[in-house]
Design a protein around this ligand. Sequence first.
Ligand code: FAD
Length: 321
Amino acid sequence: MSEKIERLKTLIIGSGPAGYTAAIYAARADLKPVVYTGMEPGGQLTTTTEVDNFPGYPEGIDGPSMMVQLQQQAERFGTEVRIGMVTAVELSDTVGGIHKVTIDDSKTIEAETIIISTGASAKYLNIPSEQRLRGGGVSACAVCDGFFYKGQDVAIVGAGDTAAEEASYLANICNKVTMLIRKDYMRASKAMQHRVQSIKNIEIRYNTEVDEVLGDQVVEGLRMVNNQTGEKEDIAITGLFIAIGHKPNTDIFKGQLDMDETGYIITKGKSTKTNKPGVFASGDAQDKEYRQAVTAAGTGCMAALDAERYLATVETPQETV
Ligand SMILES: Cc1cc2nc3c(=O)[nH]c(=O)nc-3n(C[C@H](O)[C@H](O)[C@H](O)COP(=O)(O)OP(=O)(O)OC[C@H]3O[C@@H](n4cnc5c(N)ncnc54)[C@H](O)[C@@H]3O)c2cc1C
């Protein structure tokens, strides 16, 4: 006898601020959402000790605690949170169609609507000292963590527009910013290059890479290496920012959803609608511009409202005139 396939009204993929906010709204609208947490329950904020800029926490809060609270808030209204990875999807092209989803390469479920909140992962250099000091002075988010280095000397690695923008952001807060660029030129737009070059407390080092991040528990310095001469140099810093790009976690949707060249899901106008009816995208998976917890939460809310409205039109079809 074949097993009955479970059908959900709303499936939420991902358990970061976007996913849990979508869940709060969807549960309160009686969409009976199920959240699959993925490989990082709670999302990116579980990797940071201090969140100071999420509204409603006047004293700040550590990332893991904030995400537990968001989960509890979603569960309070009946959200079901399940541990598991979505490993494949078969998205319907039809309005009112049913989407098929595979969990952990084994179980199949069906969903009337899907909210994608799979986030984006920051790229790191992947050298041992950098990995050891993540959260101890090594960060991939200058806007999030720059404030903690106010008046101090920091370094940033990267040569693109984001790196240039983050370098100028840090220069406003920090005493000195050393910018390490692997090649002998900057990839950032000319306008951004001029901006960075004109800021007095940014020192740009071309042909320079990180050899080792120095420090036991926290960052105390940086050993840089000139990739042309092999010459090494130590500088004292307290923060190292890695700005070499992000990878949206959207591979499982490739070929089915419209994406930009780097894999960010494209949404329609000011909505969270994708090119598939009943499939909505929120958070960092569709936002390469802002990538903040509060913006992720905002679009999570939008996705749940979009899903609710979509279901209302599907369940009560408009009469044709
Ligand atoms: C070190 C660090 C510090 C930060 N500090 C701050 C800060 O202070 N303030 C701030 O506003 N922002 C901060 N950010 C940015 C913030 O964390 C992100 O903007 C935010 O988490 C994005 O939320 P999201 O819900 O879109 O995705 P994420 O938080 O990335 O969550 C993605 C979720 O999707 C799940 N997932 C992925 N693929 C699958 C799959 N196939 N199946 C099921 N689940 C899947 C993951 O397991 C995860 O739960 C920081 C980021 C980092 C890395």
